[in-house]
Design a protein around this ligand. Structure first.
Ligand SMILES: Nc1ncnc2c1ncn2[C@@H]1O[C@H](COP(=O)(O)OP(=O)(O)O)[C@@H](O)[C@H]1O
Ligand SMILES: [Mg+2]
Length: 1074
């Protein structure tokens, strides 16, 4: 056989199958050798042997988990993780339910092993929030159950005092979904009693050590363990164990699992009640009748309990101290003696605790139960109390050992017997290996008719005096010659003297050794009776949880039927368990205890030898060696490996067996490695199997790649085809659309062209028609004229030829007459200033009307003139002359129009003062007025009398009234005036004249217009010359001292200041006017 290198590399041999030579000594030696080198795990094929090191080892780290994860079983050093991984993968990949059976003596490391398996599975079974929560809950259930169900024993500081089987359900991906925990027979007697050096259940110590002061106060507990009768006086604390920390840990664990604070509280209250029941002390007394009775010695503890659970003290007291018995349908109250009283008290405590524990398991199950209907696979982990041999073994040990016996049977059946039988069945050549079959011991205990349990039940049910003596007698009788049964009676029969076997004991030769059981208490423990008065009292409490533990206390539901005995209950639950285990693929962890002193790395040969022997390890190795590591039906085998050979892949047409044969020969597996059974193929060494598995793994990866490739190809193709199809559809639609659009455009163009052509044609037609119409009209007119002409010609001789002219003239005349008459009646007003004239009513009268208008105005003027007097006419002539001179030239003119020319302003004739002057101008005077003469030197003015005659201009001083200066009119050369409305004027004189030498005169007159007009008229009349009048803003004057420029300057109007003259230098004079 080819050995796996890693198994050879370690100390000794890793797999006992490889041990050579094989004997009990060599096997032991190998285990010892390995153990010394801290190799605590050894294989027998796929069974793991674990030797308890009693010392933490660094082999459970996350790195180790990673190492063993997904690694083939034999590829690494033996480890418990390898079997856990193998089981988990088998569950996940091969879809097979698994169970992990952990067996061994108490303290051999079963519970530790189960935790390691669970933690490994938890580490590898997927991730995610939900998955983690489930894992947490599953893992946390353990410390809670351990607190309530484990205790320190002599063998083990943390000994499980109940059996536990946990089914963990996984989905197809290998993720945990939840689980179910089953518990088996809690060792409840420990609640009230335990051997010296042991402890009660951990929870009591943990509660007292770790509960907060407030909690203890509320529960009415005291921290000191010594105060509680049930906890014993010694061994309260354990070295290396922190009860207080553990209490906090379980509180946390319960929260994680989903316990509500109220539930935790109720749980602890009930626990406290159990603890305090132990402190209820009784005293004995004698009644008057001489009957012994008991009563409560000290009511403190009782009162506290009753307060806590809401019950009247008297009710509990009565239930503890008396008992109601029904006799002939009559109820009689009997008082109990002191031992009966204590018995009742302890039974109550045990019952409460036991029911509390069951409730706890159910409550945890409720939290971790699987709530999907998803298909699931199950992995069961069995950690049950180990085989126990004590000094004094009672009913509990008997039951525990029975359970272990059954598990050994499962092991034997599934590994040794079943295997060998299978070889025979399959027709494989086989030399049988002898092994001890313990079914004889199992039936000794469990046989439904003649089994010890059946007989115990019978004894319990039997009316009359019942005691253990009769029970033992019966056993002696039935099993007198049984090989595995021994007692004083059977020994006596064989004349054997054995002091170790007391009269009250019987001995069973278990597979793991002989155990002597003391029958005392068997009947009572099997009956497991609780006085009805106590259960009824409990039912009356107001504590909901406690009350729910005792449904039978309800008087309405009270039934007289006995509950099943403890023994039969246990038997049936063990039967269910074994059935469950048979339905699954088993994985074994066999724990060995190397010493019974809990000493690290101490190997006691004898102790181990005994375990090796009763565990049947040697036989196990032999069978394993002779046999085949692996077997499988042809069909599933072909199904699993058919991809490794061309002929069988993908489909094999012949029989499955031929297929497997073809397959394996194709793979060149040596024939020594194989055996072909009737229905199964057998493979001898695991390495061959691993080789096959490895090849399969590679091939599967290859196939997966192929499938992936094909699938991807297919996907791409279909995708491409789809795209192509879509593209064609799109292009078809697009082309259709483009063509339609083009067609639409063409149609539009055609219609347009059509419309134009039609329009053009229609227009042409219309033209033609119009033309035709015109023609016909013209021809009709021509014809009409022609006809008219012809007719007129024909009838002319009958009419007067000038009639129309006469008629026309008549009408014309009439119109003219009407026009003229209208004009005559509505002539415009005769005002000379009015120039209005009506418009002509007819166009042909327009010229006439214009002519008339032209005639009418001069006529109107003539008429106006004709009616005027000669004086008026003269005045107007003067005014006309003034207008001709000044109109539009000097601003003063407009003001002067209204002023009549008076000529004589001085009154020469009337005023005698002016007689001289009057004489000088006699008969020739034209105008007399006062003017202001401007001094040529400084511009100042002086008044002067100014006279104009038909020959002269005379200037005279007003006071003297004598002519001062006489200017002949012929000497007047020119007159200059300004544009403004002032009276300033310059008389320019001929230089050659006599007066002229003095220079020109600058004068200011209030009647300038009249003065200049008269001067002009006079000049014209006398000399036939017109006056040279200059209207300007600047002019030069001739003074005696030379010429001076006069500049007219316009200023703002100032009242009363006539033009002011200012001399500016010698050559300029400014005249300020406004
Ligand atoms: N693999 C191990 N490594 C270290 N110590 C171990 C191991 N297995 C068991 N032990 C020690 O042995 C003690 C008893 O183990 P336990 O599993 O409770 O025994 P069992 O359940 O078989 O009665 C544990 O408390 C622990 O100290
Ligand atoms: Mg245990």
């Amino acid at each position: 056989m080819e050995a796996n290198p890693s198994l050879l590399e370690t100390v000794g041999v890793g797999d006992l199958v490889l041990l050579d030579p094989l004997s009990e000594e060599s096997l032991l030696q190998n285990l010892k050798e390995r153990f010394k080198h801290q190799e605590i795990y050894t294989y027998i094929g796929n069974v793991v042997i674990s030797v308890n090191p009693y010392k933490p080892l660094p082999i459970y780290s996350p790195e180790t988990v990673e190492e063993y994860r997904n690694c083939s079983f034999f590829a690494l050093k033996p480890h418990i993780y390898a079997i856990a991984d193998d089981a988990y993968r088998s569950l996940r990949d091969r879809d097979r339910d698994q169970c992990i059976l952990i067996t061994g003596e108490s303290g051999a490391g079963k519970t530790e092993a189960s935790k390691q398996v669970m933690s490994f599975v938890a580490a590898v079974c997927g991730k995610g929030e939900e998955v983690n929560q489930v894992k947490e809950q599953l893992l946390k259930s353990n410390p809670v159950l351990e607190a309530f169900g484990n205790a320190k024993t002599i063998r083990n500081d943390n000994s499980s005092r109940f059996g536990k089987y946990m089914d963990v359900a996984f989905n197809f991906k290998g993720e945990p979904l939840g689980g179910v925990i089953s518990n088996y027979l809690l060792e409840k007697s420990r609640v009230v009693r335990h051997v010296k050096g042991e402890r009660n259940f951990h929870i009591f110590y943990q509660l007292l050590a770790g509960g907060s002061d407030q909690l203890l106060r509320e529960l009415k507990l005291q921290r000191d363990c010594g105060r509680y009768g049930y906890l014993g006086r010694d061994g309260a604390s354990l070295p290396g164990v922190d009860d207080a920390a553990n209490f906090r840990a379980i509180e946390d664990a319960m929260r994680v699992i989903g316990f509500s604070p109220a539930e935790v509280r109720a749980l602890l209250e009930v626990t406290a009640v159990v603890l305090k029941l132990g402190n209820v002390q009784l005293t004995s007394q004698f009644e008057a009748s001489g009957v012994e009775s008991c009563s409560i010695q000290e009511t403190q503890a009782l009162r506290e309990i009753c307060q806590q659970i809401g019950l009247e003290d008297s009710v509990l007291e009565r239930a503890l101290c008396s008992r109601t018995v029904e006799a002939k349908k009559e109820k009689v109250v009997m008082s109990l003696n002191i031992s009966q009283g204590y018995y009742g008290r302890d039974a109550l405590a045990k019952n409460i605790y036991n029911r509390l524990f069951n409730w706890l398991v159910n409550r945890i199950n409720e939290s971790i139960k699987v709530d999907t209907s998803e298909q699931r696979k199950v992995m069961g982990v069995l950690d049950i109390y180990g085989f126990e041999i004590f000094q004094d073994n009672s009913f509990e040990q008997f039951v525990i050992n029975y359970c272990n016996e059954k598990l050994q049977q499962v092991f034997i059946l599934m590994t040794l017997k079943e295997e060998q039988e299978e070889y025979v069945r399959e027709g494989i050549q086989w030399t049988p290996v002898a092994f001890f079959d313990n079914s004889i011991i199992c039936s000794l205990i469990e046989d439904s008719k003649a089994g010890i349990l059946a007989m115990l039940d019978e004894e319990c049910l039997r009316p009359g005096l019942v005691n253990e003596g009769t029970f033992l007698g019966k056993l002696d009788q039935v099993f007198a010659s049984h090989k595995h049964y021994e007692s004083r009676a059977t020994q006596n029969a064989q004349r054997i003297m054995d002091a170790s076997l007391a009269g009250t004991c019987f001995r069973i030769h278990h597979y793991a050794g002989k155990v002597t059981y003391n029958v005392t208490g068997f009947v009572e423990k099997n009956n497991d009776l609780l006085f009805r008065d106590l259960s009824q009292a409990m039912w009356k409490t107001r504590h909901a949880l406690l009350r729910s533990f005792f449904p039978e206390g309800d008087p309405q539901k009270a039934s007289l039927r006995r509950p099943p005995t403890a023994g039969s209950q246990f038997k049936s639950s063990v039967a269910t368990l074994t059935k469950n285990l048979y339905s699954k693929n088993p994985n074994y962890i066999r724990c060995i205890k190397p010493n019974d002193r809990k000493q690290p790395f101490v190997f006691m040969d004898e102790l181990v030898q005994m375990q090796v022997r009763y565990l049947g390890l040697l036989e196990n190795v032999r069978v394993r060696r002779a046999g085949y590591a692996y077997r499988q039906g042809y069909e599933p085998c072909l199904e699993r490996y058919k991809m490794l050979c061309r002929q069988t892949w993908p489909k094999w047409k012949g029989s499955a067996r031929d297929g497997v044969q073809t397959l394996l020969s194709d793979l060149c597996i040596p024939s020594a490695e194989l055996a072909y059974g009737r229905t199964k193929i057998f493979i001898r060494s695991p390495s061959t199997l691993f080789d096959l598995e490895e090849r399969r793994r590679l091939r599967v990866a290859e196939l997966a790649t192929l499938i992936q490739k094909m699938y991807r190809g297919w996907k791409c193709r279909t995708h491409y085809q789809l795209m192509r199809k879509s593209q064609i559809i799109i292009s078809a639609w697009f082309r259709g659309y483009a063509q339609k659009k083009r067609y639409g455009q063409m149609k539009m163009s055609v219609l347009l062209i059509q419309a134009y052509i039609r329009g053009w044609k229609a227009r042409k037609l219309l033209q033609e028609l119009k033309h035709e119409k015109h023609q016909s009209k013209a021809s009709a007119i021509i014809a009409a004229y022609w006809k008219g002409y012809k007719t007129r010609k024909k009838y002319r001789k009958y009419f007067r030829s000038v009639a129309s002219v006469t008629l026309a003239n008549f009408i014309y005349r009439r119109l003219v007459q009407k026009f003229f008459l209208g004009l005559k009646n509505n002539l415009p007003p005769m005002l000379v200033t009015d120039r209005t004239w009506p418009a002509a009513p007819y166009k042909f009268l327009a010229n006439t009307n214009e002519e008339l208008k032209k005639i009418f105005y001069p006529w109107k003027c003539k008429k106006y003139r004709d009616q005027m007097t000669p004086q008026r006419k003269a005045v107007l002539q003067d005014k006309l002359c003034a207008s001709e001179l000044f109109k539009g030239k000097k601003a003063l003119y407009a003001k002067s129009v209204q002023q009549p020319f008076q000529g004589e302003y001085l009154g020469l004739q009337k005023n005698p003062k002016y007689r001289t002057l009057h004489a000088a101008a006699e008969g020739k005077l034209v105008l007399a007025d006062t003017v202001r003469k401007v001094n040529r030197a400084n511009g100042k003015t002086v008044p002067q009398l100014f006279l104009l005659t038909k020959a002269h201009i005379i200037l005279a001083d007003p006071k003297a009234a004598q002519p001062k200066t006489v200017i002949s009119l012929s000497d007047v050369n020119r007159v200059s005036v300004t544009r403004f409305s002032d009276g300033f004027f310059v008389l320019h004189l001929n230089e050659t004249s006599r007066v002229g030498t003095k220079g020109d005169f600058l004068l200011i007159s209030d009647h300038l217009i009249e003065v200049v007009t008269r001067l002009h008229q006079t000049l014209l009349e006398t000399t036939q010359k017109t006056l040279d009048l200059q209207v300007a803003d600047e002019f030069s004057t001739q003074f005696s001292k030379g010429s001076v420029a006069i500049r007219v300057v316009e200023t703002a109007e100032k009242k009363g200041t006539a033009p002011v003259c200012k001399k500016k230098g010698s050559r300029t004079m400014e005249v300020l006017v406004h």
